[in-house]
Design a protein around this ligand. Sequence first.
Ligand code: PMP
Length: 406
Amino acid sequence: TAELVPQAPEDALFGLARAYRADEDPNKVDLGIGAYRDDSAKPWVLPVVKKADEILRNDPELNHEYAPIAGIASFTSKAAELILGGPDSPAIKEKRVTSMQTISGTGAVHLGALFLAKFFPGTKKVYLSNPTWANHNQIFSNVSLPIAQYPYFSKETKGLDFEGMKAAIHGAPDRSIILLHACAHNPTGVDPTLEQWKEIAAAMRAKDHFPFFDCAYQGFASGDLMKDNAAVRYFVEQGFELVIAQSFAKNFGLYGERAGCFHVVTGPAPDAQATISRIASQLAILQRSEISNPPLYGARIASTVLNDPKLFAEWEENLRTMSGRIISMRTALRSKLEELGTPGSWNHITDQIGMFSFTGLTEAQVMKLREDAHVYMTKNGRISMAGLNTRNVEYFAKAVDKVVRE
Ligand code: PMP
C-alpha cells in the first residue's frame, strides 16, 4: 500500500539548480547543470535551429500525426551517418546498422540497457567508468543489469588512469558490456587519445567484450564532428558489434525537446543484414511498449539541418562558436589561477575537454564556495565550463584561490 513507498532523495543535479535559483546574491555563479550558456550567462538558441524552426513553421504539409515506431527515418538515417562518419562507413555501406529515435540520450541509453537485459547472452555485467554520468547507474539498475566499475580518473594527474582502466578490462569476465563515453567524458572532461582508444579496442577484442558507446557531445567537444566520433569510427572499422546512444541535446541546444537515437551495429558477416532486421523487429516491440513512438519536434529540427548541406555547414559554425567559447574559458580560468599563484597545478583545466572540468576541489571546498561565494557546482568538484563567461571567470578564480588557501 501507498504508505510503504519510502521517500527518495532529490536528484542531486536538479536540487543544485533549485538552490541556485533560490539564491538572491547578484554575484551568484551557476556551474552545475550541463547546458550551454552564452557570454551573458543566457541559454542560446542556435541560429541554425531558429532557421530550421522557421522552415518547419512555414510548411503547410506539416501535421501532428504520430511518428513511426522507429521515429522519423530522415532523422535517424542522418543521425547514423553523423556518428559513424558518413555514408562511406563500412557499417552503413553493408547495411549493418539499425536505428531507433529515442527520448534524447537518456532514452537511448535506456533502450540499449533494456535490449541488452533481454537479449545479451551470458552474465550481462555492465562496466561503467569510475566516475561516470550518475544516471548510468540508475538506468542500468532499473533494468536489473548488474553494474561494475572500471578505474578511469587519476586523482594524481587529474587525467586518465589508463593502466587501471586496461587492467579492469583485462580482469572483467569475458563478454562483459563496457560502457564508453564516445567523447568529452562526463564528469571528468578526460578522454583517451586515439592511440589509447586503439589499445582499449585491442584489450576488449581479446576478451570479447561488448562496447556500449554513449555519445552526448559530438561536435560540442572539439567543434569538429569527425574528431569527436573518432573512437566510434575506429571500433566500427575494427569490425566490432556494438551499440550507440546518441543525444542531440547539447550539440543542437535541443535539451528539452528530447531528440536522440539508439543505434545497433552488427559485425561484418554474410548474414549481417538478416541479423539487423531481427534486431530491428525486437527494438520496435520494446519501443512500442515503452513510448509507442518518439516526439516529433526536436527530430524534425535536427533532420531539417542534417539533410541540407547549407544548414549543415551553418550548424558546424554554431558548434565552433559554442566549443570555441568554452575552450576560451578554459584558457582564461587556467591563466587567472596561475596569475594568482593558486596552490596546485591547473594544466588539467585546459587539458580536459567538453562541457565539464573536474577541478580536483574537495567536497568541503565545494560547499565553502557555495556558502561564501555563491558558486554552485556538484559535490565531486565538477564545473560546467559553459557557466563561466568574461564577467565571472575572474570572480570564480579568486573564489577558488581563496578556498584553496584556507
Ligand atoms: N550521457 C551522458 C554522458 C550525458 O552527459 C548526457 C547529458 N547530461 C546524456 C547521456 C543524456 O542527456 P539527454 O537525455 O539530455 O540527451
